[in-house]
Design a protein around this ligand. Sequence first.
Ligand code: SF4
Length: 501
Amino acid sequence: MNHTIFKEIDKPESNCGVFGIYNHPEASLMAYYGLFSMQHRGQEAAGITSFFYDEAKQKMKYANHRGPGLISEVFSNPAIFNNVLKGTAAIAHNRYSTTGSTVKTNIQPFNMIYKSGIMSLAHNGNLTNTIELRNKLLEDGTIFQTTTDSEIFMHLIAHSKKTTQLEQIIEALNIARGAFSLCILTNDSLIGARDPLGIRPLSIGKLSTPTGDSYVLASESCAFDIIGAEYIRTVEHNEIVVIDQDTVKTGEIKSYKINPVTPDKCKNCIFEYVYFARPDSKIFGENVDKVRRKLGKNLAAESPVIKDDDDKVNVVPVPDSSNTATLGYATENDRLNYPSKFELGLIRNHYVGRSFISPGQDAREIKVKTKINTVKGIMNGKHITIVDDSIVRGTTSKLLVKMIREAEPKSLDMRVTSPPVKFPCHYGMDFPSKEELIANHYENEVEIGKAIKVDSLKYLSIEKLIDSVPKGENIDYCTACFTGEYPIPIEDNSDKYSTES
Ligand code: SF4
């Protein structure tokens, strides 16, 4: 019997998570925990590389373990941390493939031994000039081992005529264009870098160990919490930070620029706040929880749910990514004198992982039902407003509405804490094509609401989305999936690049 395998409900797939640690006696184990806390950023594969000093050979070496699957599956043998992944510095990566396939060679970190020593690299983001760079490198005789854009960094660094590893990295990052947050291990340092517009997040943390302070880099600060590290700051856009033995001695994190001229404003990915990042994380220097509550609050102020009887409205999040914003929505709606209550009317099954669908079953319906179920007592005979962070294809929303209608609510409205998603992402998030996005099939939200079969549907406006996120002299946002205004030109469909047919 043929079965179809499926993974996620109808959301853009998150890109990847990166982690790096320097000067820790159990570096690879800390990297494992860091990856564990960022499992939501990629579930297809994971890897850790550690650097250690080989006394016998009197030189630095690297050890690596990578594999497909969840962190717990890839690192199921604890002996690997002591016996293989030795050393006091490590970087790690969990992967959702936005370019290239899931073949083992594509799993990061990527490692190399080259003229200047050893290097390992983990990348979150997508380049926008991959094809141009790859063709140039191929003409120069480069042999590629993978089908990902991330490998290009390694070749650009290896081809550089500069003397030091830091200079080689800076040169390579000036040639690459697009979105990149990187963790790199060199012979003697841990390096973190964010592209000139700082699209993807990367933060710095610190923890004390018996051998002095240890420094950590991670896509999200939830990776610091799990290992007891304190958050220090975000890596700025266009910044390269170098953590080495001097840093351990003096506490100074060396900082360099990628491009000599830093753009006035960064372009942080606004969707990280809306959906991707964990609510208990800090990204781009701000707590995600705080922003999500404001998204919900602003949505209630813009589009409250008003009923003409005295019954309270049960405001129900689509779990789990909408939980925090829904709290904001329910509180504000109630404060505006439209009696409302936050209710957990949809329950998510966290233990599904990948499931199979028998031929003949409605694939989409069973997919949603294995993940989410309704709490009938909360729905039956009540005013229900479901709050979601985004609608992509609309397939899950339609099925959820069908499930809730079976519980016979008095009314059923929907609110979305972001504007309609109309454009794909070229900077490292895997969105469906433009044609597949439900917002491109209908004139307006009234029509989309009718298609989803809710009594009313309201999205957050782009103005209120911007109002919800942190402001600052140098801070701006990429909003391209809502507005089509791409801050970095898409040169050659690089994000869809793959050598496979
Ligand atoms: S297009 Fe959307 S998801 Fe992609 S970086 Fe911009 S805001 Fe983020």
